[in-house]
Design a protein around this ligand. Structure first.
Ligand code: HEM
Length: 475
């Protein structure tokens, strides 16, 4: 990681906040604000320091170069943390996100193929229909004057999209008023976040009500995925052509499962179906919710985005083509600036597979490391006036203003071999939904904008965000 010119410093000599005996810094780090506390300490202790969560030491790193090097040296040099792998395995969700080594390579291939750009282009008409359903849902909210919780509505959209693309079924949760699959998915991230960062695996000895609710949710999710797998098997049996050119992830993984020596198991099918649902749901929905929050905070940017959308797509018409969505540079700049300052993954947790020197300090094999991705991206060293929300910086010419603009410090989708395989799907959904919002609605905060806070529950969401929508009057 660093050329060993001098003897590297010892891990235990790193600076860091003082903790309590046994508990270490545990009580100073409330789980929903974990990232904020680490970022604050990074200001005090520098780009590498140590904390302790109960018996577990944690190296906290916020140096751009070190972060990049760690991310790209996977899967051989670094891995996701063992507590994540164990927690995911206990939830029967050890799919591509939590897998390592050869298991990861095998699963990654199928997932990447299922989400590739060419497939997204074919899928676009279905995405447009789904965005139209969200528009109608929001028109009903606008007509009734009822405030909207953007995170919840957007999660209905992202789950509908992922299930259509990856599983070939349309749950249409956007137009369902009764219970929907999201009620099971909602239970997973908060418990996963708690277990990954726990000082002690209490759930192996006693179950809290939330652990029991999770068990029930996972059982129901398995039933729902089992039903989809059964339907997919029937489709494959009825149409042998699908074996040659599978049209979605479930078809592809079932074909792979039947191949000799594929190594895939039924358990991996559930684990990866669940992983795709979870990985695609909150991340994309929360990113769009943060954009809505920023539109309300900066109405001048909302106006500019609307003018741009109006120029490309006739007002009040449906989005016609994927190409139109690719001609919205300000909207893309606004999205990137939102992801720079409000990334849904502000921290990445990893660990080295061997002893390694990082920033002149020896990090022993297996030590958990928190990489402060947002702290790096918000630093003045990498982006001029880094904490300022300024979409303009992403537009051509920003680099010439003499300010730093180091895009290597901007990794909202991760980096290296484990870069998010859903990135293109996420970007497409964001463009389609936000363009629809710009064309059709006025926005007004339904609560106090100051009450919106960052809440970490595996992903970072805007807590207390509530919006009153009005139909936009086209002159
Ligand atoms: C704005 C939306 C999204 C953001 C910000 C995001 C962010 C991320 C990040 C930071 C990672 C970790 C990457 C790394 O370790 O270097 C990741 C991994 C992953 N994401 Fe996304 N993601 C988004 C949407 C999606 C979607 C829509 C899907 C699929 C439906 C998806 C599927 C995955 C999967 C399967 C992984 C694990 C990849 C691996 O470990 O090899 N993501 N994502």
């Amino acid at each position: 990681m660093t050329a060993i010119a001098n003897t590297p410093g010892r891990f235990r000599d790193l600076p860091g906040p003082k903790g309590l005996p046994v508990l270490g810094n545990l009580l100073q780090m409330p789980l929903d604000r974990f990232h904020l506390v680490l970022e604050q300490w990074a200001e005090q202790y520098g780009s590498i320091f140590r904390v302790r969560i109960g018996p577990h030491p944690l190296a906290v790193i916020s140096d751009r170069e070190a972060v990049q090097k760690v991310l790209v040296q996977r899967p051989n040099g670094f891995r996701r943390t063992r507590p994540l792998e164990a927690a995911a395995a206990e939830m029967r969700l050890k799919g591509v996100f939590a897998a390592e080594g050869d298991d990861w390579r095998r699963q990654r291939r199928v997932v990447v193929a299922a989400l590739k750009l060419a497939r997204l282009r074919l899928f676009f008409p279905k995405l447009a229909v789904t965005v139209g359903r969200l528009q109608q849902r929001w028109e009903r909210a606008a007509d009734s004057g009822e405030p909207v919780d953007p995170c919840r509505d957007l999660m209905r959209l992202t789950v509908d999209v992922t299930m259509q693309l990856a599983f070939g079924v349309d749950p249409n949760t956007l137009e369902t008023s009764g219970p929907v699959i999201q009620r099971h998915l909602d239970k997973v991230f908060p418990v996963l976040h708690r277990r990954v960062n726990a000082a002690f695996p209490y759930w192996r000895y006693f179950r809290l009500p939330s652990d029991r609710a999770l068990d029930r949710a996972l059982a129901s999710l398995e039933d729902e995925v089992g039903e989809m797998v059964r339907a997919t098997r029937e489709r494959l049996a009825a149409d042998p052509g699908l074996r040659v050119s599978p049209t979605n992830f479930l078809e592809a993984i079932l074909v792979a499962l039947e191949a000799e020596d594929s190594g895939f198991s039924d358990a991996e099918i559930f684990a990866n179906a669940g992983t795709l649902l979870l990985a695609g749901e909150d991340t994309t929905a929360n990113t769009m919710a943060w954009m809505i929050h920023h539109f309300m905070q900066y109405p001048e940017h909302f106006e500019r985005a609307r003018r741009e959308v109006d120029d490309v797509i006739a007002p009040a018409s449906a989005v016609e083509t994927i190409d139109q969505l690719e001609r919205l540079p300000f909207l893309d700049a606004f999205r990137d600036e939102t992801m720079r300052l409000k990334p849904v993954a502000p921290v990445a947790l990893l660990e080295p597979l061997e002893d390694v020197v990082i920033l002149d300090h020896m990090i022993p094999k297996g030590t958990q490391m928190a990489m402060l991705l947002r702290h790096v991206a918000a630093s003045d060293r990498h982006f001029g006036n880094g904490s300022r929300f300024d979409p303009e910086r992403w537009l051509a010419g920003s680099e010439t203003a003499g300010c730093p603009h180091d895009t290597r410090a901007f990794v909202p989708f991760g980096a290296g071999p484990r870069l998010c395989p859903g990135r293109n799907l996420a970007l497409l959904q964001i463009r389609a939904v936000i363009a629809m919002l710009c064309r059709n609605f006025d926005l007004e905060p339904a609560g106090s904008p100051g009450a919106v806070t960052e809440h970490l529950a595996f992903t970072m969401l805007p807590a207390n965000l509530s919006v009153r929508l009005r139909r936009r009057q086209h002159i």
